[in-house]
Ligand binder design. Structure first.
Ligand code: NAI
Length: 349
């Protein structure tokens, strides 16, 4: 079903508020979720509201957090999210990183003790909108087999990057270090669709195409993706003194507990390295160069990273956002949550 962005944001905000989040934080979370749905990243949009609502209602997201920000050096800081809404804490921490990078050329801000923060492109685009390069990485619950392993250790540990071009366009690269994000499995389940071979394994560590049989996800490019997810876990977990590896909290285990997750933002101010105008021109040139590469057989053109999402965003802003009917019905109903997520095996049917 097609829903306008204003209606979708209001429905999500109202539901989160009804679950117990204050209006400001409900608005902040809804904004990040809307960003994901607008860009076609439905795995991190409206379909997550019911889970968040249940966690909020059960106390696992602090509805009255005391955020603290402590600068620890000229270009380093630690933001403590007090296990409040991760989307809001990560956004505020990025605002602080941008301010520091404006003054010092670069900023690294560790975001400690947060709940799930959603689609990371939101945060790196905050930096790009301020003419900076944004990089963000975060921990996620352990559900990925390390290369050669038969049990999960790391999370889907995403990496996001954005750089500003001319006329408000950005290059935005944002990926899970798994072949697919866990949310894509949930999305396939919500639509009752098979998943492609190579995304995930079943209880025997063998490839499966049934989203309901998934027992662990696979890293991208074997040992290389496995190495990247290790890097993300060290930067956003070990570095910030948080639980790491398979001790990272699970999304579905005990919804009354804070998740204590970590995220790391790095902001680079191009003005400290080169001429900003030229930098933005060259980012635009990069986009145009990539678009003019001769397409391989089976492709009609080459897109730059984030291009298809940006195009979807423009289209859906104008025409409405495609939302699965069941999710819309839940959002429009009076139900806060259906007690569907607590203490579940993350791979439970
Ligand atoms: P994806 O596989 O849909 O896209 C990955 C990247 O590849 C994007 O930058 C996209 O623009 C680019 N891309 C895709 N197709 C392309 C094409 N044909 N040409 C050029 N570029 C192309 O993303 P993925 O890995 O499924 O992640 C989805 C979201 O999940 C992300 O927003 C990520 O931040 C989020 N996530 C969040 C987690 C959390 O714990 N907060 C955990 C894991 C993922």
């Amino acid at each position: 079903m097609l829903v306008s962005k204003q209606d979708l944001k209001k429905l999500m905000k109202d539901k989160l508020h009804k679950a117990g989040l204050n209006e400001l934080h409900a608005d902040g979370v809804a904004d990040v979720l809307l960003h994901a749905d607008l860009r076609g990243v439905h795995s991190h949009g409206a379909m997550r509201v019911e889970y968040y609502a249940e966690r909020i209602a059960k106390g696992g997201i602090n509805v009255d957090p005391e955020f603290t920000f402590k600068q620890t050096g000229p270009s380093t800081a630690v933001f403590d999210g007090d296990n409040g809404a991760g989307h809001v804490a990560a956004k505020e921490a990025m605002d602080e990183a941008i301010k520091m990078a404006k003054e010092n050329g670069i900023a690294t801000v560790g975001v400690r003790r947060i709940s799930h923060s959603g689609s990371l492109s939101y945060f790196v685009q905050q930096a790009a909108k301020e003419n900076m390069i944004g990089i963000s990485v975060c921990q996620s619950d352990p559900m990925v087999v390390p290369f050669g392993g038969a049990e999960p250790y790391y999370g889907t540990n995403p990496i996001a990057f954005a750089a500003p071009g001319e006329d408000g366009e950005h290059i935005t690269f944002d990926m899970a270090t798994t072949v697919q994000a866990w949310g894509k499995i949930l999305h396939a389940r919500s639509k009752n669709e098979a998943i492609p071979e190579g995304w995930a394994v079943d209880e025997n560590g063998e490839n499966t195409t049934d989203p309901f049989d998934v027992k662990a996800l696979l890293p991208i490019a074997g040992p290389k993706g496995y190495g990247l997810m290790m890097m993300v876990d060290i930067l956003s977990g070990v570095l910030l003194g948080l639980p790491f590896g398979n001790k990272t909290s699970s999304m579905y285990h005990d919804l009354s507990e804070g998740r204590n997750l970590g995220q790391l933002h790095i902001v680079i101010n191009p003005e400290y390295f080169t001429n900003l105008k030229e930098f933005k021109q060259n980012i635009t040139k990069t986009m145009n160069d990539l678009n003019s590469i001769k397409p391989a057989k089976g492709f009609d053109h080459v897109s730059y990273p984030g291009q298809r999402s940006a195009e979807r965003e423009k289209k859906q802003e104008a025409n409405g956002i495609e939302i699965v009917d069941d999710i819309y019905e839940y959002l429009a109903s009076d139900v806060v949550h259906n007690n569907a997520y607590d203490d579940k095996d993350p791979f439970a049917k």
